[in-house]
Design a protein. Structure first.
Lengths: 448, 265
């Protein structure tokens, strides 16, 4: 060890710098090992993330595309407006079931007119169109009674299985075993697509339409859930930000440092760790059972999520207030500013980027929260769009994560695609919010 | 730097601006300042010297009640500003600090424009009735702090973009903008290089014409250069207080002599 170099040198150093001694070797090996562990951990994390993204995207991207069939429908007066006076109230007396045969007949006639050969029964042909289509046609006629008696060309949703055929989810082989679809229907669908009457295109309805029943996955959309989540975020922002910031400023800058504030401080940290479903029970007990607010309403969801977000905002705000150097406070006090002036003129503007970042991260957390919303009834099946705020805050609505939860429970395999699509929408919102948080931090970060 | 150079200045009888009697300061159980009596004269530079931890900064911060911001700090005794007890229950420290300004060890300009840095004090105290008056106060203060010529073309530039010495002079301008009667300086040059230090020292000498200046310094040479009166603190006690020339040439107390000659500290 000590005589590692050749003996020809006039004076061999007792320990050569060119040879690693045992201790150094051991230390270097330990460091190399640690780096390898770290790298492995990062690689595993990245792989998991990539697999998650691939799985969600491959399942969910198809939900943004939907198959439609185009054909002319004669809106016969005899069936849709027997009295013939175009009175909307009387037209409304005809239910969706009254529109079903009108539509089915028009479709069958159109297929025959196109000269496509098939051996399907009328029932099988009618089943190719979505159960949602007659309801859409009815809504269209009610909105514009003058359409009765005319022939209109309609673009209608097709059944989820037929849609699945164009997306590769349903094949001839699987149709053989499926009670809900026959290979003959798929053959006809393919023929219609070749003739240009059926096409798969971008599906805005997935983002704007309300939820649909378990039998009609092709019509299900996220409209109500997005509005519900948006309303809840409004409530959270309007309540959690001012309350959280005010509480933090008081605790950090004004409150005396004593046992009581210590207890408050510890409990705020504890609150941040309380399981979110507990907040749901709290919300159910206080806001619905005691205060009598309506179930499934964004206002209740917002209040519950506010309680959940407050600790996050308070902790982030206090951290950013603490990060403002005390010299700034001293400088302000030194020229005769009052404590409040020092805080509001100097400390708060410097802490603002951190506060905003914390708030947005808190909001993003609240946006993805499911458990407490289940307990306050936001899991209900809601097809009516809530009204504009503030009244709309009290209308029933759904929420994005709850919609995902809901769809994953339904039996039709088309809902797998819908649920993954909803996850994509949710992730896009979350990524957008985090990007805004990072941008704000970069933009307003100031050095002193 | 001409070490131990003592400026000979005539010190005429001046009125007493601030008077401290039997001042005790406690940090919790720690008795940090014991029985300090000091008279701060008007239009005079008074230097507080002493080894680290001797309480000179603590005492300085008592003079404008900056210690109020520290929860565990307790001050006893009497400190008068022109005959009024500044620790009286009726005194609002905010008003006091407008009269007794402070410059800190590390330059701490607000992260705002140079103009806003200086204008902040006059604004919150309502010293200017119009924009023109405020402009005038800002210019006057910057001139007094001997930095006007360097910044007059970039008043809207951020104050934090200046060099360390310029920042400290900006802080002095900010402190004089509220027209204080006493200016407290807590080691104002300790974060500056020798050139900036020389500029600030020169400035302190000019400020003496209008204000009563109290400066805490670690550098005995600096105390000797800028001050007329010197107080030597040791372990929380005021050991000796008198004419700067006397303290540095012929101190009464052996501890002062040891410190000045470098044997303790």
């Amino acid at each position: 060890m000590t005589d590692a170099t050749a003996g020809s040198a006039p004076r061999t150093p007792a320990r050569s710098l060119f040879a690693e001694d045992a201790r150094t070797k051991r230390r270097n090996r330990a460091e190399a090992r640690f780096r390898a562990y770290g790298l492995a951990a990062v690689v595993i994390g990245i792989l998991a993330l990539i697999m998650l993204l691939i799985s969600i995207l491959s399942n969910g991207l198809s939900s943004f595309r939907q198959t439609y069939v185009t054909f002319p429908v004669e809106l016969a007066e005899a069936r849709l407006d027997p009295q013939g006076n175009r009175n909307p109230e009387e037209i409304a007396a005809v239910t969706t079931f009254g529109y079903l045969p009108v539509m089915a007949m028009a479709f069958i006639e159109h297929v025959d007119a196109m000269g496509i050969e098939h051996d399907l029964s009328p029932q099988e042909m009618a089943a190719m169109i979505s159960g949602e289509a007659p309801a859409q046609l009815r809504a269209m006629v009610l909105a514009n009674p003058d359409l009765v008696g005319q022939t209109v060309t309609l673009e209608m949703l097709v059944n989820g299985r037929i849609d699945g055929y164009f997306k590769g989810r349903v094949t001839m082989a699987s149709a053989e075993r499926d009670n809900n679809v026959t290979p003959g229907q798929l053959v006809l669908a393919q023929a219609l697509a070749d003739a240009g009457a059926m096409e798969t295109r971008f599906n805005w309805n997935f983002i704007t339409a309300p939820d649909a029943s378990g039998q009609r996955p092709e019509a299900a959309g996220l409209g109500v859930a997005i509005i519900g989540s948006f309303y809840m975020m409004l409530v959270v922002l309007a309540l959690a930000l001012p309350i959280g910031v005010a509480a933090s400023i008081y605790l950090e800058e004004f409150a005396p440092k004593n046992r009581l504030t210590d207890i408050i401080e510890v409990n705020i940290s504890n609150l941040a760790a309380v399981p979110s479903i507990v907040f749901g029970i709290l919300g159910l007990a206080i806001f619905i059972n005691f205060a009598g607010l309506p179930q499934s309403a964004p206002i209740v969801g917002g209040l519950v999520l506010t309680l959940m977000t407050l600790p996050t905002i308070i902790i982030a705000t206090r951290a950013s207030l603490r990060a403002v150097p005390p010299s700034i406070r001293e400088a302000a006090l030194g020229v005769g500013a009052s404590k409040m002036q020092a805080v509001f003129h100097h400390v708060l503007p410097l802490a603002a980027p951190g506060i905003l970042t914390g708030t947005i991260i808190g909001l993003a957390q609240a946006l993805g929260e499911t458990a407490p919303l289940l307990l306050i009834g936001m899991v209900a099946f809601v097809r009516e769009y809530p009204a504009a705020p503030l009244d709309g805050l009290f209308d029933p609505a759904s929420a994005l994560p709850v919609q995902v939860y809901n769809w994953t429970q339904r039996s039709d395999p088309a809902f797998v695609e819908r649920a993954s699509g909803a996850i994509i929408v949710l992730l896009v919102f979350l990524v957008f919010m985090n990007a805004v948080a990072i941008m704000l931090r970069r933009r307003f970060e100031r050095r002193w | 730097m001409n070490d131990m150079r003592v400026t000979e200045r005539t010190v005429t009888d001046k009125q007493i601006k601030m008077k401290a009697r039997k001042v005790q300061v406690f940090y919790g159980d720690n008795h940090a300042i014991k029985d300090v009596d000091v008279d701060i004269e008007d239009k005079t530079v008074t230097a507080f010297i002493g080894p680290s931890g001797c309480g000179k900064s603590t005492f300085l911060r008592c003079l404008n009640r900056m210690n109020d911001t520290i929860d565990v700090c307790r001050v006893e005794g009497e400190i008068d500003l022109e005959g009024e007890d500044i620790y009286d229950a009726k005194v609002d420290p905010v008003q006091l600090r407008a009269k007794v300004g402070m410059v800190f060890q590390k330059p701490n300009p607000f992260p705002k424009s140079i103009y806003d840095n200086v204008a902040y004090g006059p604004r919150i105290h309502g010293l200017a009735r119009s924009k023109a008056e405020l402009d005038e106060i800002v210019e006057k203060s910057l001139r007094r702090a001997a930095i006007w010529n360097e910044v007059k073309d970039r008043l809207q530039a951020p104050g934090t973009g200046l060099s360390g010495g310029q920042q400290q002079r900006l802080c002095i301008a900010r402190a004089v903008a509220t027209s204080p009667e006493v200016l407290l300086m807590d080691e104002p040059c300790s974060a500056l290089d020798p050139i900036a230090t020389a500029q600030v020292e020169e400035l302190i000498d000019e400020l003496r014409e209008r204000f009563s200046v109290v400066i805490v310094t670690h550098s005995m040479q600096q105390a000797a250069r800028v001050s007329q009166k010197t107080a030597f603190f040791h372990l929380g006690n005021l050991v000796e207080f008198g004419e700067t020339s006397k303290i540095f040439t012929n101190p009464d107390d052996p501890r002062t002599e040891s410190y000045i000659t470098g044997r303790i500290g």
